[in-house]
Design a protein around this ligand. Structure first.
Ligand code: UDX
Ligand code: UDX
Length: 470
């Protein structure tokens, strides 16, 4: 099928490349000339596993890039809208880009088209899109608007798209649903997975994935509610971690005990410095706002957001109690991306902590395997960017682990010990365990577990009683 995807961000570019991988002819349209030129020149503007392979495989063949929306719409049967839906001041989703794309589409409807929401949008957006297209003189029987929310995670985007737990299609009639069924058929009938060149299966995933057809409202809500529930799970375990710290329990053991209950599940139960990224923070605010508009005060979401904010403050308090005064202290920071596996720093807890510690007079040497260039755009020369984790640690008063990169969980601890001025590690992602850190003589603070302070430094390292925590 001929498909147009509007927006070549994390969602649009990955969706476009994967639709081409499924055998469709795809035009990805973006109004950012720089991004377009980079894509047409063969570059890969985002850090995603398997994306370079897919772009090399299909670019210029089943996958093309254009800055011109209307010709792309005219020659396509389905148009996926994957433009940004950033938050407004009030936290609502800013849908102005979605509206402007809908307006442009209406003038190019030269036969039956299905317009598909791929960006995360509040409930009723599909009705607004239909209204805008009708208002701009498109014949009502020549198009339908569907919702097809994307559940991909950055860092795993390609495999999440090709090996999804489920595909959700919001369509208010069978004619429209049939088009989406045909688009995803290579996945739902299993034929894609039988191809020798298929992208490898990432562990335990349901094959073939089920396709769930709902109303457009339900599909739009499924996306917001899914992200809200995942964020709630993270805030819940972070809250439990705070209780563990207060009573001397071990959150890792608690996670195992809770997560082994099949009704709860162990995934997305990693305590840390809180969630970030381009989705959870904005989608929770947008869901909260849309619920209020519909007359429901979804206060639970406020608490999810409050706990997330508090996690950052708790980590800062841990740094202060480990180092006493911060002014002039040299800190080594491992991780700037909002999570491991991506170069994305949007709403990154690590960036927030680095900026706060700089304001408190710390000097920071930082290292991130993929996000340094994007972080440099934000932090400039206020931070020394290191070539690797060991260079960052050289002569530092303490080492802070802020992003859950696998690389940081497999450091040469003996070498790290020799690099640091003081062997103090404050781990915001629980990448290590207290026993092994004690063996190497580190003073080790983590989330939801008691601090590990080697015998010989007990007096020196014991968290000094400061006015704040006395
Ligand atoms: C997008 C949505 O922002 C988010 O709500 C949803 O959860 C996932 O899809 P992402 O792909 O990360 O997220 O967005 P972004 O990286 O902002 O990319 C959007 C792209 O759309 C940009 O390349 C932008 O240039 C392009 N765009 C935006 C258009 O082509 N036309 C427009 O009118 C507006
Ligand atoms: C999320 C959703 O997972 C995805 O389905 C949706 O389409 C987009 O939003 P993403 O933002 O890419 O994906 O990252 P995710 O892996 O969900 O992590 C989000 C944040 O939560 C990161 O900051 C991560 O570090 C944090 N996190 C995740 C935890 O703190 N603990 C966990 O157990 C899992």
């Amino acid at each position: 099928m001929r498909i147009a995807v509007v927006g070549s961000g994390y969602v649009g570019l990955v969706a476009g490349a994967c639709f081409a991988e499924l055998g469709h002819d795809v035009i990805v349209v973006d109004n950012d000339e720089q991004k377009l030129a980079a894509l047409q020149a063969g570059q890969v503007p985002i850090h995603e596993n398997f994306l370079p392979e897919l772009l090399n495989r299909h670019r210029g063949k089943r996958l093309t890039f254009s800055g011109d929306l209307q010709p792309a719409v005219k020659e396509s049967s389905a148009i996926f809208i994957a433009v940004g839906t950033p938050p407004t001041e009030q936290g609502e989703a800013d849908l102005s880009y979605v509206e402007s794309v809908a307006r442009s589409i209406s003038a190019a409807i030269n036969g039956y088209k299905v317009v598909v929401e791929k960006s995360t949008v509040p409930v009723y957006t599909s009705e607004w899109v239909r209204r805008v297209i009708l208002r701009n003189a498109a014949p009502p029987d020549l198009f339908d608007v569907a919702s097809n929310p994307e559940f991909l995670r950055e860092g795993n985007a390609v495999t999440d798209f090709l090996y999804p737990d489920r595909i959700v299609v919001g369509a208010n009639n069978e004619r429209c649903a049939a088009v989406l069924r045909e688009i995803y058929a290579p996945l739902t009938d299993g034929r894609y997975y039988r191809r020798p060149e298929a992208i490898p299966q990432p562990g335990q995933v349901p094959i073939p994935p089920k396709l769930i057809v709902t109303s457009t409202q339900s599909a739009e809500l499924i996306k917001h509610a899914s992200n809200a529930f995942l964020a709630m799970k993270i805030s819940f375990i972070n809250a439990v971690a705070s209780v563990c710290e207060a009573v001397g329990a071990d959150v890792k053991q608690v996670c195992q005990g809770i997560g082994s209950d099949s009704r709860i599940g162990a995934r997305f139960f990693n305590p840390g410095i809180g969630y970030g990224g381009s989705c959870f923070p904005k989608d929770l605010k947008a869901f909260r706002a849309v619920a209020r508009e519909c007359g429901y005060e979804f206060r639970l979401l406020d608490e999810v957001m409050r706990i997330n904010e508090e996690q950052r403050e708790r980590f800062l308090r841990k740094v202060r109690s480990a180092l006493w005064t911060l002014r002039g202290k040299r800190l080594a920071v491992l991780g700037l991306a909002f999570k491991g596996g991506t170069d994305d720093i949007r709403e990154s807890p690590a960036i927030f902590l680095v900026e706060t510690l700089l304001q408190e007079g710390c000097r920071i040497a930082a290292y991130d395997p993929a996000a340094q260039e994007r972080a440099r755009e934000v932090l400039g020369s206020s931070v020394d960017f290191a070539a690797d984790a060991y260079e960052a640690a050289r002569g530092a008063d303490a080492l802070l682990i802020l992003t859950e990169w696998d690389e940081f969980a497999n450091l040469d601890l003996k070498r790290m010990y020799s690099q640091l001025k003081y062997p103090v590690v404050i781990d915001g992602r629980n990448l290590y365990d207290g026993e092994s850190m004690a063996e190497f003589g580190f003073t080790y603070y983590s989330v939801g577990r008691s601090a590990v302070i080697p015998e010989h430094t007990r007096d020196a390292a014991a968290p000094a009683r400061t006015l704040k925590n006395s």
